[in-house]
Design a protein around this ligand. Structure first.
Ligand code: UDP
Ligand code: MG
Length: 152
């Protein structure tokens, strides 16, 4: 079975507000596996490539500037259904529309400062993982309880 992976990034506001552990904890508690993790200040180019689909949108310039303004925690998470499940745990783009219990619902109020990015589908996940990570930065490992996890 091919293992599903998604790309998640704690944006500069999440890092500045001290939510790295809180956010990583939510995905660990859910049962997903962390296979890539690094902190970096993204270049403008990386931010533009990452948000390339939004190139024509009015918020693009501010978005790129913000994402490249400070440290981001880039992550790859693995597990059955992780792409959609991570989007559910994150909540809708507008934090005021996000239900309590979701990351954006609990921790944010502003659409431009919504704490975290998550890939929105299989193709995007592949693209974003390749964009942010080199192959050698990805850590393939098995949890000791992997035999009773359904993805194995
Ligand atoms: N964004 C914004 N204004 C908008 C729409 C989006 O500032 O009107 C920002 C917001 O931070 C969002 C990011 O652009 O997370 C990417 O937008 P997208 O629609 O892909 O939302 P996401 O996938 O992050 O929920
Ligand atoms: Mg998106």
């Amino acid at each position: 079975m091919i293992k599903e992976r998604t790309f998640l990034a704690i944006k500069p506001d999440g890092v500045q507000r001290g939510y790295i552990a809180e956010i990583i904890g939510r995905f660990e508690k859910k049962g997903f596996k962390l296979v890539g993790l690094k902190q970096l200040i993204p270049s403008k180019q990386l931010a533009q490539d990452h948000y390339g689909v939004h190139r024509e949108r009015p918020f693009f310039k501010d978005l790129v500037e913000f994402i490249s303004s400070g440290p981001v925690v880039a992550m790859i998470w693995e597990g059955e259904g992780v792409i959609l499940s991570a989007r559910k745990l994150i909540g809708p783009t507008k934090p005021l529309d996000a239900e309590p219990g979701t990351i954006r619902g609990d921790l944010a109020i502003d659409i431009g400062r919504n704490i975290i990015h998550g890939s929105d589908g299989e193709e995007t996940a592949k693209f974003e993982i390749n964009l942010w990570f080199d192959k050698h930065e990805i850590c393939d490992w098995e949890t000791s309880d992997s035999e009773w996890r359904s993805e194995n």
